[in-house]
Design a protein around this ligand. Structure first.
Ligand code: HEM
Length: 402
């Protein structure tokens, strides 16, 4: 299958440019919303992990419809892709099994927890990261801040020692970039299993106040989660919780710093942060697509799709559909809010969406409260890059202390 991907820096509607895939998405969406082909680059993916036949949905209606029909557009596909490295997770489950497991693990993400995590975990972590660079008057807000805080937050919520941060961040990244190095991803998967088994055992004999303890004590119909279900879920949480949040908060910072009037509005009124966060997620979603396996011959927006095909659901394209938003190609935090689809929809809607929003708001509040005159430097041409994961290459800034 031909890949449409080009690693070049000139935007075009003919090829998918990793710096700006949106002209390509728009051109394909205007041709019909669903097309036979893929927006993924499989050139480095081993043959055994490549789909035989692919389709891509780009319009809001097509993406939303497919996400809400998990019987025909199934996540079971993840069992033979990322699931090879994570193990059986709720992401790849369907129907009653998915609902039961999701109910169990979502107990660990209950809204009451957020009100405790904000002052006790997230705010102190953000403040201490700022302490580490504030005296310098300059920083790379990716390396020094956005890359750091979500990992530290997840580690704390799981009750893992801070000194293990480099290990499990490296392992999580190896798993998520499995297509480039399968043996390394398998090794990381094994290491994480051994690591988490040790923690599960500890919590079983001595439960503490953290997510691993919640998972160890959770029950479905009187049955507890197996060790395999727990360590697989934990292997999912690492990339799910770190990769997306670090990238989306970097995207928001980059967008605000390159739109100075909107940045000034947020600086003056922190109450604008929730709408800025939503617009950042719409305009530059950290994950441009999810995928589904087609379980029976079907049709989507007038296009016939055969059983066995893999469907790319291009969230990035749906988020800029001109049939849903006016001026979709403009970043505008003041626009009337219409929900985006960056957390998807339907049964597999992101379980961590409230945590992600809270983390991003708290991180931004901490930066804005302590720094002023934040100026983006042109060093190294910082820009948002990538597909399906997108985020800034760096955010070099100078600033004054408030
Ligand atoms: C801005 C940040 C985030 C974004 C954009 C995001 C995006 C997503 C998306 C698109 C999915 C659905 C995947 C699919 O349907 O194929 C998903 C699922 C999930 N996310 Fe997030 N996520 C974010 C943060 C988090 C955080 C912080 C956590 C937890 C610590 C988390 C945990 C999960 C879990 C467990 C699922 C699986 C839900 C299920 O299959 O029922 N996410 N996320």
């Amino acid at each position: 299958m031909d890949s449409p991907v080009q690693d070049k820096s000139v935007a075009s509607g003919d090829t998918l440019d990793l710096r700006d895939p949106y002209p390509f998405f728009t051109a394909r969406r205007r041709e019909g919303g669903v097309f036979h082909g893929t927006v993924m680059d499989y050139s480095k993916t081993p043959e055994s992990l490549r789909p035989a036949d692919s389709y891509a949905a780009l319009s809001w209606t097509a993406v939303n419809k497919a996400l809400r029909n998990s019987k025909v557009f199934s996540t079971a596909l993840y069992d033979s892709t990322i699931g090879v490295f994570m193990g059986p997770t709720i992401l790849a489950m369907d129907g009653i099994t998915h609902r039961a497991h999701r109910n169990l693990v979502s107990a660990a993400f209950k809204p009451q927890s957020l009100s405790v995590w904000e002052p006790d975990v997230v705010r102190p972590i953000c403040e201490s990261l700022i302490d580490e660079f504030i005296d310098e008057g300059r920083a790379d807000l990716v390396k020094d801040f956005t890359f750091e805080f979500p990992t530290r937050v997840i580690a704390k919520l799981l009750g893992l020692p801070a000194e293990d941060l480099p290990f499990f961040r490296r392992a999580a990244v190896s798993i998520i970039s499995y297509a480039g190095n399968v043996p390394r991803a398998l090794e990381a998967s094994k290491e994480l299993k051994e690591y988490f088994l040790g923690h599960i055992e500890q919590r079983r004999s001595n439960p503490t106040d953290d997510i691993i303890s919640d998972l160890v004590t959770a029950e479905i119909d009187g049955e507890k989660l197996s060790d395999r279900a727990i360590y697989s879920f934990l292997r999912l949480l690492l990339p799910a919780g770190l990769e997306t949040t670090y990238r989306s908060s970097g995207n928001l910072l980059h967008l605000l710093l390159t739109h100075p009037e909107q940045f000034a509005a947020v600086e003056q009124n922190h109450d604008l942060l929730p709408q800025a966060i939503e617009e950042g997620l719409r305009y530059e979603t950290p994950l441009t697509l999810v995928q589904r396996y087609v379980t029976e011959d079907t049709e989507l927006e007038g296009v016939a799709i055969p059983q066995g095909a893999v469907l790319d659901l291009v969230l990035g394209a749906a988020n800029r559909d001109e049939n849903r938003w006016e001026r979709p190609e403009e970043f505008d935090i003041h626009r009337t809010h219409i929900p985006h689809i960056s957390f998807t929809a339907g049964a597999h809607t992101c379980l961590g969406l409230h945590l992600a929003r809270m983390e991003t708001r708290v991180a931004m509040e901490a930066l804005l409260r302590r720094l002023t005159n934040i100026t983006l430097l042109a060093d190294g041409d910082p820009h948002i890059f990538g597909q399906p994961f997108r985020s800034p290459t760096s955010i070099p800034v100078t600033f004054d202390v408030r």
